[in-house]
Design a binder for this molecule. Sequence first.
Ligand SMILES: Cc1ncc(COP(=O)(O)O)c(C=O)c1O
Length: 371
Amino acid sequence: MILQNDFKRQWAEIGPAAIDAVERVGASAWYILGKEVDAFEGKLARFWGVSHAVGVANGMDAIEIALRALDLQPGQKVLTTPFSAFATTLAIFRAGGVPVFVDVDDNGNLDLDQCREVLSRERPIRFFVPVHLYGNPLDLEKLAGLRRDFDLVIVEDCAQAIGAKHGGRNVGTVGQAAATSFYPTKNLGALGDGGALLTNDPRTASRARALRNYGQSELYLHDELGLNSRLDELHAAVLSDALLPNLQRWTEARRQTAARYLREIRHHRTIKPSPSAEPVWHLFPIFVEAAERDTVRERLRERGVATGVHYPRVIPEQAAMQLSPGYQVALEPTNARRLAASELSLPVHSFLREGEVQVVITCCSELARRP
Ligand SMILES: Cc1ncc(COP(=O)(O)O)c(C=O)c1O
């Protein structure tokens, strides 16, 4: 089977370095918030080109902690996307915010022109959580324009976009903070849960450090009601030694596969990154007829190609939203609904072999001829 993610192949590459890292942490006899987390945060901040990285328990917490560190008050509106992992919205709720949804473009990314319209009309919205979906960066110049014109506080959700650039600029550097995830399927996926918050602002970083650790400013002194959301030493060590050093190469492998798909998959619509974008292809979506998606998936599965659906339902229509403390649909997510009904993710992970990429392409062409 050509998998969506091939963790066995990843382990075959990283096993020895990961085991060395585990042995080092075991021998250190220090497991929480020690020198491994410090060292990894330093490396990640350098990789990202920002001053501070704060390791936390997962990507969802990174968004919540960033919003709280940036002073989101309960009941304040937060502009965001209806088409993402549910965690993006859940983090806004957990931070006390009220999500305000607009629609997405044909790539599934937020439509920033619509955002401008809603921000002009619905003042005052001060907080914004955009997502760089599928690893395809939003237009960072437009995003910076929104920040400037509406005095926004932006937390960029970069869970799927570590290393992506737009106009030569790293994602996550337009907002006051960014969040990323080390969930195993992510481009920098750990051997368990993990996440990080990135920022150039020392105050935001130090508040986030307190918030991740029960709101403690000093041992047993609690200034606010924080979380228990720490990246542990084991994951930090494995990320430092076995994963981060490979990220650039792994990203290149994704880009090569995506370049072939873009060239050779002719009968299905794919996303179209802008010429200024350097995507990292967390996922490779194609769009099929909604009524045929299940059949296409099944045919691909029969030929040994595993697919995913990201995401089958738009966020405002998730059942959990009926139980939520409140949200607003500022613009109907018509495009998001259409994508949710027709998206199919092809395998694009870093460990695909050339022959497998060819199988995926051939299967897609055959299916287009005879669905
Ligand atoms: C866009 C997006 N935001 C947030 C998250 C949450 O990350 P985590 O699973 O580490 O909490 C994810 C991962 O599922 C994601 O894809």
